[in-house]
Ligand binder design. Sequence first.
Ligand code: GAL
Length: 675
Amino acid sequence: MSSQYPWPAMRGIAYGGDYTPEQWPRETWLEDVALMREAGVNLVSVGIFSWALLETSEGVFDFAWLDELLDLLHDHGIAVDLGTPTASPPAWFFAGHPDARVVTRDGTVMGFGARGMASHSSAAYRVAIVRIASALAERYAEHPAVVLWHVHNEYGVPVGEDYSDQSAAAFRTWLREKYATLDALNAAWGTTFWGQRYGEWDHVGVPAAAPSVVNPSQRLDFARFTDHQLRQCFIAERDAIRAHASQPITTNFMANQSWTTDMWAWAREVDIVSDDHYLWAADPEGEIGLAIAADLSRSVGGGKPWILMEHSTSAVNWQPRNIAKRPGEMARNSVTHLARGADAILFFQWRASRFGAEKFHSAMIPHAGTESRVWREVVALGAALDRLDEIRGSRVVADVAILWDFESFWAQDLEWRPSVDVSHAERIRAYYERLWRDGITVDFALPGQDLSAYKLVIAPAQYMLSAADAANLDRYVAGGGTLVVSFFSAIVDENDAVHPGGFVAPLRDTLGLVVEEFLPLREGSQCRLRWSHDGATATLAGDAWQEDLVLSGAEIVATYVDGPGAAKAAVTRHRRGDGAGWYVSTRLDAEGLGILMSAVYADAGVAPAGHPDGVEVVVRRGEHADYVVAINHGDDAATIAATGVELLSGQPVEGSIDVAGGGVAVIRTDEGGGR
Ligand code: GAL
């Protein structure tokens, strides 16, 4: 990612969504642009699924409709994020290249009639994506409407892994580059186990379904290979566009809703991070998952403003129960993304499709038309964002980081782990949620990056930890940092092999302990811990997991009362250099995490914000002022301390402001800025 932040050449906060006029007659286009102006829409994404309409047969292009569309949008002052349609190749492509179809792990060859790219390793697909991306870029590089390029759609879904013959050949090439010799591959994969030793490169294959559990090191490398191949497809298109066009180029990520791509690596390849986020309807506090996605999007981009490329005005159509958003919820969601660093609020999609698989998905113009709650809220949100223009470019600053490492998640998710109850997503959410409730803003970070700016670093799930990354965490603590490590971390190296010296050995000096044995609990069984720290005592509850710890310097903060670890250490703190390493060997419940984290905050010098329950407050720091963004998820009005001007109402704020139940407020404060 370039250091100069190449925000699209347009005013203010971007507002709009995916636009699919190819599904509608011309008279609707005219109505659309008029309604876009009414709603304050200033950016739409077009062409994302239009390959069959733009290239009607191999090498035969029809740009007439897109010419007309871009001119129409430009004439109405609406900028364009121009998509490349490569997430959905046309029927003619698959008919001409049947071997480009994706093969699943169990050998099923994917058919046509849905969407989904071809094999990431198909030579024919690579040629075809470069041809269409080049043709689009050549034609529209200078079009005044185009301010941004949107390559593909959500790499990794619905097509990620491919077990086809061309993928197997490409996997071998990738492995030869990584390992150089078969001996090195055999050693890294531990192929002496179950007699898997390879004597010929040609015998190395993709980890297709097999009689039992396939070598986890091979599967981990296959996950890395898949991510790499998908990224090469992106890079091929990006470079084809860049040969003609100078606008910034992005591709829409899926933050915490897809695990197939390593967002940290992808963020280095795009000019601007963009993300799609959909609330998980079954989660009554979906706003917490939303905040995780937003913080992750900001973090992978190094803190720069990012684009919320898609979210929904109301219900989606692909969950078991698609819950409509309640009045005000769309605005709260949008302002939360903005608070956490987004400078663009876009939706899937502008106008609800009458036909096709997504006809029950909400849109900015629902099937009910403009005489609807959703439309009125869309218009109101456009007006609100217009008042928040000056926030653009300001930054979010966090004192606390949570480690988020996709490669570790890929490894942890493989089969035959000690307990199905151990989940990285669950633990990250649990710790994040505690900080969210305490009003503490969080960045996500990699274990190997410079962490010295953070007062507190939490590792809720760092199953895989290389020796180098462990040394980095140790330096962080010795230099004065406070580190919290949760159980089932620092277990394996980058090949999914257990560390010499046993579990947690690379962090032995940092934490003052190792783990002798895992003690997973039976389904549903709970355990109690006796907490005793800084003169305070309490009984805490955990479940799922205990460990048998061997201490080498750590002080005991909590002891197991019952369970297989009864009377042994459960939570510890170790002084290391100028800092401290905390270790938590069970799955504490929310209350227990509250007690733990209060002690950790005190140790790290981090202060909870003390906002009323259910009120989310995040500060964006501008050059001249701080912006306090408050989102009230509760039903009752809540009071927030601030002084300055509330930008949505234009009213002065003297000392405090009441934020209505379900409402939002954005205060430009008299303090801050320029730091
Ligand atoms: C996204 C996708 C969109 C649309 C949306 C529906 O994942 O990028 O094209 O399908 O989901 O929620």
